[in-house]
Ligand binder design. Structure first.
Ligand code: ADP
Ligand code: AMP
Length: 214
């Protein structure tokens, strides 16, 4: 089962992908988190990505396609991609890579949420500076304020969750990523899911689209 989660920033892709990984044994590949981790570690990739991350711009396709090719080739089958593809070139490259591996994409799940709710989720999002775990000040708070439940790291707001970068990211989503819904609808790989409601409710909607688990 190879799946991708599509949807605007704040629609809950990372949250749901983490849950799919836990409950369905899928490998969660989150390109934004890979880039942020690379930046925290000060690697070449992290240094290259830093200015794009802060400005809410897309990292160039060539870099992202190379990165995801390597990640998928070294992952066992059963990947859930979150944050990739974001452009048509990335979607085509993903199809090629999966075809080469004989593991075609089964499903593209698009999470749908009204803009006001996206903004509410994004403005309350806090991430762990140590392990990248994601919280929300109202909907998914940590046990101790500002401290990660998992690793004790400090929680903070992502630099690209500030209003200016958010506006830019949502603009780019509409311009470059939303057209991918058509790309996947054309050959019936797209399923749209209402992302309103709590994490459990949304998970149940996604889970219902996947084969019954054994
Ligand atoms: P994305 O990966 O699509 O940008 P996230 O999974 O990071 O979105 O979710 C954005 C924020 O909203 C996070 O702070 C997360 O804890 C919170 N969140 C995710 N799903 C829900 C939900 N169903 N209800 C309320 N808050 C949610
Ligand atoms: P995300 O965590 O998915 O919101 O991604 C955070 C940031 O990482 C984006 O705003 C981009 O700067 C970068 N990024 C993540 N995935 C991609 C991608 N597929 N293509 C280009 N840039 C990406």
């Amino acid at each position: 089962m190879e799946i991708i989660l599509l949807g605007p920033q704040g629609s809950g892709k990372g949250t749901q992908a983490a849950r799919l990984a836990r409950q369905r044994g899928l490998v969660h590949l989150a390109t934004g988190e890979i880039l942020r981790a690379a930046r925290r570690a000060g690697t070449e990739l992290g240094n290259l990505a830093a200015s794009y991350l802060d400005a809410g711009q897309l990292v160039p396709d060539a870099v992202m396609i190379d990165l995801v090719r390597q990640e998928i080739r070294s992952a066992p089958s059963g990947v859930c991609l979150d944050g990739f593809p974001r452009t048509l070139a990335q979607a085509q490259a993903l199809d090629e890579t999966l075809a080469e591996l004989g593991r075609p994409l089964d499903l593209a799940v698009a999470l749908e949420l009204p803009e006001a709710m996206l903004l509410e989720r994004i403005s309350g999002r806090r991430v762990c500076t140590g392990c990248g775990a994601v919280y929300h000040i109202v909907y998914a708070p940590s046990r101790v304020p500002c401290v990660c439940d998992a690793c004790g790291g400090r929680l903070e707001q992502r630099s690209d969750d500030q209003p200016e970068a958010v506006a830019q990211r949502l603009r780019l989503y509409r311009e470059k990523t939303a057209p991918l819904l058509d790309y996947y609808a054309r050959d019936r790989r797209l399923r749209e899911v209402d992302a309103r409601g709590d994490v459990e409710e949304v998970y149940r909607r996604i889970d219902a689209l996947l084969p019954v688990s054994s």
